[in-house]
Design a protein around this ligand. Structure first.
Ligand code: SF4
Length: 332
């Protein structure tokens, strides 16, 4: 069997935000591999650290973020240690990122076509004439009707869906190796969400991209992902193929998230929920961070932090009691 090529290799990454109340440990000892050509979904509740992890890859963290340790190897190059000029070269050309809110991602004072064209001008030294023609083609490819005309418009004349399509056009013009999409559909209408996901999936196959998709929505995971990493309170708690995660989750938190989806599918009158709330990352709980909310908690969980280990082929979990966690029943 062919061994998958590792495109992105995050090792023991620790990031904190310095605040007036102390250091918020947003990413705490995360290790993760993303294979070339796959769609890898990083899933978890808001505030679990997934966006911080995504922003750290192209080094776009806010000024109060501090990388305490670890490495992010992209094609063998440590992105945390390359020079700013090398990183500038990689951004857009090799690693591109689509953000959550397309309303604020585009520059309001430049025409959309100009903004898309800027990317090949910067990275491929294309002439402006050629780049603008490329931008029109790319806007058409992502589904902007009448792209020649609309490329001359300013972003405020575009709907939210059109803005996100334009961002996708901009970020895929150079056919990067890695496309990071941080909650790309959160700010959009439900019907547009499905179209944007379909578009990302198509472009991924057409250009041979690797897609790192950040989401809190397990429905999206089921639609487009090959593998899933589940994050909780700054840590990765489970990694597996998407089918395995849905059929036989091993971490109580993953199982709780999937049970919520199952309950909704079965149209139960009451929605399922995971009891409690995510912990503060200023002072996270001892041992396993999920222990105050876990139905399987034991004394060991409170005292000792579980390590992320491979317990089945390609299935990693960080839980002392994973053997007790049952599968999911999808039948009604
Ligand atoms: Fe629950 Fe213990 Fe597993 Fe944590 S280690 S998820 S508290 S059973």
């Amino acid at each position: 069997m062919r061994v998958p090529e590792v495109l992105l290799d995050v090792r023991d990454l620790r990031i904190c935000y310095e605040t007036s109340r102390g250091c918020v440990k947003a990413v705490d000892g995360v290790s993760l591999e993303v294979y070339a050509g796959e769609t890898f979904c990083l899933v978890g509740e808001t505030g679990c650290g997934k966006s911080t992890l995504a922003l750290a890859i192209p080094r776009l963290l806010p000024p109060n973020a501090r990388i305490l340790s670890g490495s992010i190897l992209f094609k063998g190059v440590d992105l945390l240690r390359v020079s700013d000029s090398k990183l500038q070269e990689l951004r857009g050309k090799e690693i591109a990122m689509i953000f959550q809110n397309p309303m604020t991602s585009l520059n309001p004072v430049h025409r959309v076509g100009f903004q898309v064209a800027e990317v090949p001008v910067t990275h491929f030294k294309m002439s402006w004439r050629e780049a603008l023609a490329t931008a029109v083609r790319q806007l058409g490819r992502v589904g902007i009707a009448d792209p020649d005309l609309r490329s001359r418009d300013y972003p405020h004349t575009f709907s939210g869906g059109m803005k996100q399509r334009s961002m996708i056009a901009m970020m895929t013009t150079c056919k990067p190796s890695l496309l990071i999409a941080d909650e790309p559909t959160t700010a959009l209408d439900v019907t547009i969400q499905a179209q944007i996901l379909k578009l990302l999936h198509e472009l991924k196959n057409e250009y041979g991209l690797t897609l790192l998709l950040i989401t809190h929505n397990f429905g999206i995971v089921a639609e487009v992902c090959d593998r899933v990493g589940v994050m909780y309170a700054g840590k990765i708690v489970e990694v597996a193929d998407v089918t395995e995660v849905f059929e036989a989750p091993l971490h109580p938190y993953t199982k709780g998230l999937i049970d919520c989806v199952v309950a909704r599918r079965k149209s139960k009158s009451r929605l399922n929920q995971i009891p409690g709330t995510p912990p503060s990352l200023l002072n996270p709980p001892t041992g396993c961070r999920f222990h105050p909310r876990c139905a399987y908690v034991t004394h060991e969980c409170v005292k000792e932090e579980p390590r992320l280990i491979e317990v089945r082929k390609n299935h990693l979990v960080a839980c002392h009691n994973y053997e007790k966690v049952g599968g999911v029943s999808w039948s009604s």
